[in-house]
Design a binder for this molecule. Structure first.
Ligand SMILES: Nc1ncnc2c1ncn2[C@@H]1O[C@H](COP(=O)(O)OP(=O)(O)OP(=O)(O)O)[C@@H](O)[C@H]1O
Length: 266
């Protein structure tokens, strides 16, 4: 896995006179093997920044590096979206969708697809099913398996739990943490919801009107926020509205401190 680095990245849509600067001179690093949570309200530019890393938004200034080299397309960054249907062909079986994303030259694609299914917590017999036969949470697991199939250096997850029931969000977040620990993935994890971001992140970056207004270790940003906008987000999220499946009923709110940071400091 590799570091993802945005250096002075700007993205502008539209004409010079009547356009929008969606991303405005962003410097942001996702260290090798870390999860960076990117949080901010709708329209702050999070998705545009992510899309720039996979060639889906025009970089008008700055550069994006993976492992110190300018990012190539198609390349080492894989993105998972809010709506897993965008990545999964409804006519294809789950197994075929995953196998299709495995780079050519690998011998047993079927076995590899089954290994990836297991890695995201789905039984091998799901391979013959189609997306419509799965729940939203299961589809998101398949989307993650498909992203992993491409052997990326970095994964960008853009609002991957936003369309899920609250009771399912926690299981997908736990999967993200487990995958990161097992594979050493570098990950940019985007959500408008700080309660979600703090559950998985080593570092948190806060985006507001196209700029990063705060960035630091998750613990520090959550306990000593420097920017007033971060404080607002914290106040809004302090109840914690994500269920943690590990706590039994699935209805317990998340603790205010992120579990990830707690584990690291034990
Ligand atoms: N293809 C596009 N053409 C023109 N403007 C765009 C385009 N995509 C995004 N924008 C604008 O760029 C700004 C940032 O949008 P973006 O979707 O990146 O924000 P976001 O923080 O990801 O919000 P959301 O979570 O709602 O997607 C917004 O003002 C949006 O209207």
């Amino acid at each position: 896995m590799s570091e993802l680095r945005f250096e002075g990245v700007s993205v502008r849509y539209g004409s010079r006179r009547r356009g929008t600067t969606a991303v405005d001179g962003v410097d942001l690093t996702v260290p090798d093997g870390a999860i960076v949570g990117l949080v901010g309200e709708s329209g702050s530019g999070k998705s545009t920044l992510a899309r720039a890393a996979v060639g889906l938004a025009p970089v008008t200034a700055g550069r994006i590096l993976v492992g110190g080299r300018p990012v190539r397309q198609p390349g080492p960054v894989q993105m998972v979206f809010q709506d897993p249907y965008s990545a999964l062909d409804p006519r294809m079986t789950i197994g075929a969708s995953i196998a299709e994303a495995i780079p050519r030259g690998r011998t047993d694609r079927r076995a590899e697809a089954e290994r990836l299914l297991a890695q995201v917590g789905l039984a091998a017999d799901r391979a013959g099913m189609r997306p419509a036969q799965l729940s939203g949470g299961q589809r998101q697991r398949v989307a993650l398996a498909r992203a992993l199939a491409a052997r990326p250096e970095v994964i960008i997850a853009d609002e991957i739990t936003s369309a899920l029931d609250v009771s399912v969000q926690g299981t997908v977040l736990n999967l993200v943490r487990d995958l990161q620990e097992r594979t050493g993935l570098s990950m940019l994890f985007i959500s408008h919801d700080l309660a979600v971001v703090r559950y998985v992140s080593d570092f948190i970056a806060v985006m507001y009107r196209g700029r990063i207004v705060e960035h630091g270790p998750a613990d520090r940003v959550l306990t000593e926020p420097e920017d007033p906008y971060t404080r607002e987000l914290l106040a809004a999220a302090s109840g914690g509205d994500v269920s943690d499946p590990d706590t039994g009923s699935g209805e317990e709110p998340l603790p205010v401190r992120p579990l990830r940071a707690q584990r690291r400091t034990r």
